[in-house]
Ligand binder design. Structure first.
Ligand code: FAD
Ligand code: EPU
Length: 337
């Protein structure tokens, strides 16, 4: 296997940060994973697993081994009257996988169209958009344990999914290389257009008969109008999670800010972080090459030459101002290295 040294990561992260990796290897088979993880040279070296680099901020060079996941392949792994089980390699591009499902009429992931990155990272933070999360269609995954070189199977319960959370984001971070994910998809679609903007977009598109292809197109249109394309402006999507607060705190905020945007979330309330950040005056903020996106205050951006540190410090300033104005603690969604 080709192990490169002092590799620039600029093209491997959608923020476009020019950090370097001391060592860099691409793994595309279990044999590759075994070879690199049992190499004595790297037994004490820090390891970082990388997919498409669309949810990561490098604040410094990585003085260890980056393992770029390149497992490929999409196959049907069984079915029954209701479901088809589709297994995808972790290195498959997520949106290409969604398009593959739509083409074969496997329903369930169409609302998750156009999310950047790879299949292997999708369970990592239980990706979600437009009313659907990975956990709703997840069957199981396989992951290679770095310490033992064993292939371990995780059920949905094992992954402990939450809002933008799983065991892989916390307890098992960088301990398992997810190699494949199997999804449980519907043979007969159950359309989910609960997110108001989808219905509106479908009307605008003049769609008479609902289909998973139409929903996917509507979601792509909405996303393209709101979110910056990383090919044009460096970013990693929402930089923060939408905060979940107590009913009491929401009531308190509402008294002073009646327009606060909030949604019920179990016994608590989820606030729109983009709105909170915008109210603090950050939307469209720019200094040198770093800033807050002009259309979506939840997205921090790199106009070209920003460093990871500048973006990290900006995120801290944003968090401090939201805390001061609303008494709400924001949490970063992006993985900081
Ligand atoms: P990376 O950025 O490469 O990795 C993310 C984390 O997962 C890292 O900690 C990494 O170590 C770990 N990881 C990656 N692959 C593996 C693996 N095979 N095994 C173990 N660990 C692994 N996210 C949403 O949920 N919803 C959205 O709507 C959404 N919109 C976005 C829009 C834009 C414009 C952008 C840039 C990002 C958006 N994101 C969204 C965030 C991002 O696309 C997702 O988090 C995506 O799943 C990241 O995939 P990746 O392959 O790029 O992961
Ligand atoms: N809003 C503002 N100002 C802003 C941004 C948003 O007032 O600058 C308001 C909007 O008007 C809207 C509300 O906030 O009323 C929510 O905004 P939006 O629908 O754009 O969604 P979001 O909460 O900002 C979340 C996810 C996205 C996901 C969309 C669609 C998180 C952290 N983000 O964004 O995921 O695509 O919903 O489901 O949950 C990501 O994780 O990277 C990501 C992009």
């Amino acid at each position: 296997m080709n192990i490169r040294e002092d590799v620039s990561l600029k093209q491997y992260n959608t923020f476009g940060i020019a950090a370097k990796a001391k060592f860099f290897a691409e793994v595309s088979s279990l044999a590759d994973a075994h070879e690199i993880c049992s190499d004595k040279q790297f037994s004490k070296t820090d390891k970082l697993i990388l997919g498409g680099g669309s949810n990561i901020l490098f604040t410094k060079d990585f003085d260890g081994l980056v393992i770029k996941n390149n497992f490929k392949g999409i196959e049907v792994d069984g079915d029954n009257d209701e479901y088809v089980f589709v297994k995808a390699g972790a290195g498959e591009n997520w949106h290409s996988f969604v398009l593959h499902c739509i083409e074969h009429n496997y329903a369930g992931v169409e609302n998750l169209s156009l999310i950047p990155g790879n299949v292997g990272a999708s369970p990592m933070q239980n990706i979600g958009a437009y009313g659907v999360e990975i956990k709703d269609v997840f069957h199981e995954l396989e992951a290679f344990e770095i310490a033992t070189s064993e292939l371990v199977r995780f059920s949905s319960a094992d992954c402990n999914f939450g809002y933008r959370e799983s065991v892989f984001k916390n307890k098992y971070r960088n301990q398992f290389i997810i190699t494949s994910v199997t999804f449980r998809l519907n043979k007969t679609p159950k359309f989910n257009i609960s997110y108001g903007a989808i219905e509106h977009e479908l009307q605008k598109m003049g769609v008479k008969e609902l289909s998973i292809a139409a929903i996917s197109k509507a979601v792509c249109n909405i996303r393209s109008s709101k979110l910056p394309d990383p090919k044009q402006i460096g970013n990693a999507g929402s930089f923060f999670k939408n905060p979940v607060v107590s009913y009491e705190l929401h009531e308190k905020i509402k008294k002073e800010f009646p327009n606060v945007i909030a949604y019920p979330s179990g016994s608590e309330i989820k606030l729109a972080a983009g709105w909170l950040i915008e109210q603090c005056g950050w939307k469209g903020y720019r200094k040198n090459d770093f800033g807050v996106h002009i259309n979506q205050a939840l997205v921090l951006v790199n106009y070209g030459g920003a460093s990871g540190d500048e973006l990290y410090n900006l995120s801290q300033e944003v968090m401090d101002s939201v805390q001061k104005k609303f008494g709400v603690s924001l949490e970063r969604e992006v993985n900081i290295v």
